[in-house]
Design a protein around this ligand. Structure first.
Ligand code: NAP
Ligand code: ZN
Ligand code: ZN
Length: 348
């Protein structure tokens, strides 16, 4: 066991504080990673504030991890000391079920299930602790390679915000000739804008206000509208092939379904605390689809990292010290983030 410093919430809704945790010994197939940067995802906050139900405390959040390999177990073949690597939302799964074999480890149906990077128990029965820490030990099969072209600070958020938007954009067939709207331009949303633009689509941002319009256009959006303005809904009715919702609160989905073309799809990745209700006529009229998407599998996460490196896409980040994490969480909840807070792990 190795003792490492970390930031943890001791109890639901309590502020995070500096503490120490134990990491397991480096096993045969394990990689010890010196964490350099950890992104702050809104899911960290939903979990820490128990908006999704009971969580395991103390809670060390963080599933957008970028760092450098410090040690490898004797059976490790894919990584060597000094490699730039990342860890996303999961650190293990059963590896035997149909979903694991199909590269959908996030939907593992085996008895182990997807083991979250934090707020879960690993196969040893011990709680997992996430990336707001100095080091982490992870089985090599759940470690990603960060390509040379991406610096670690802007790569960290790709491990969740990047894959969570890349995967549904890909599965919805986004590319040249497609009109895509990104709903909410926070951590996930701003990566969706960059990725959809790089895929060749015509991209529209639907944000609460026009405050971030210049940024949105610079990130690759072709159009930008405020959802607080009712005229937006009249003007854009029936416009989009795909809408990707990244909003962290419950919205009126009927309003957004009205913006889809016939046969269009609203892909939702936002995970608000409260349910939404949908008038089924919003789907029936126009053969529209409402779909969900959970992060992405390991192989697809590597594909996303390679795609981002090829297109020069990193996150827009605000680098913070670890002792600013509580303030950063409040700013994320207030939609005051441009566009991802990243903890400099050297300050832990
Ligand atoms: P974030 O940075 O807080 O972005 C959320 C955006 O939603 C905000 O920037 C804001 O965009 C919009 N929003 C917030 N409050 C709103 C309100 N009251 N009305 C309308 N729009 C509002 O959060 P994130 O880290 O991108 O995560 C977004 C959501 O996705 C969270 O619920 C998170 O848990 C979830 N998530 C899901 C997955 C998955 O696998 N499905 C993975 C990661 C995260 P504007 O300011 O532009 O309006
Ligand atoms: Zn996340
Ligand atoms: Zn499985």
């Amino acid at each position: 066991m190795t003792t490492v410093a970390a930031y943890a919430a001791p109890a639901p809704k309590a502020p995070l504080e500096r503490t120490t945790i134990e990491r397991r010994e480096v096993g045969e197939y394990d990689v010890l990673i010196d964490i350099k940067y950890a992104g702050i995802c809104h899911s960290d906050i939903h979990t820490g504030r128990e908006e999704w139900g009971t969580a395991l405390f103390p809670l060390v959040p963080g599933h957008e991890i970028a760092g450098v390999v410090a040690e490898v177990g004797p059976g490790v073949t894919r990584f060597a000391v000094g490699d730039h690597v990342g860890v996303g939302c999961m650190v293990d799964s059963c590896r035997e079920c149909d979903n694991c074999k199909a590269g959908l480890e996030q939907h593992c149906t085996g008895s182990l299930g997807m083991v979250g990077t934090y707020n879960a128990r690993g196969r040893d029965g011990e709680p997992t602790y996430g990336g707001y820490a100095q080091k982490i030990v992870v089985d090599e099969n759940y470690v990603l390679r960060i390509p040379d072209g991406l610096s670690l600070d802007v790569a960290a958020p790709l491990l969740c915000a990047g894959i969570t938007t890349y995967s549904p954009l890909r599965s919805a067939g986004v590319g040249p000739g497609k009109k895509v709207a990104v709903l909410g331009m926070g951590g996930l949303g701003h990566m969706a804008v960059k990725i959809a633009h790089a895929m060749g689509a015509e991209v529209t941002v639907l944000s609460q206000s026009l405050r971030k319009k210049n940024d949105g256009l610079k990130l690759g959006a072709d159009h930008y509208y405020a959802t607080s303005d009712q005229k937006t809904f009249d003007r854009l009715a029936g416009s989009f092939d795909v809408i990707l919702s990244t909003v962290s609160v419950a919205l009126d989905f009927d309003d957004y379904l009205s913006l889809l073309k016939t046969g269009g799809v609203l892909m939702n990745v936002g995970a608000p605390e409260h349910p939404v209700s949908v008038n089924l006529f919003s789907l029936i009229m126009g053969n529209k689809k409402l779909a969900g998407s959970l992060i992405g599998g390991i192989a697809e996460t590597q594909e996303m990292l390679d795609f981002c490196a090829e297109h020069g896409l990193g996150a827009e980040i605000e680098l913070i010290r670890a002792d600013q994490v509580n303030e950063a969480w409040d700013r994320v909840v207030a939609s005051d983030v441009r566009y991802r807070f990243v903890i400099d792990a050297a300050t832990i």
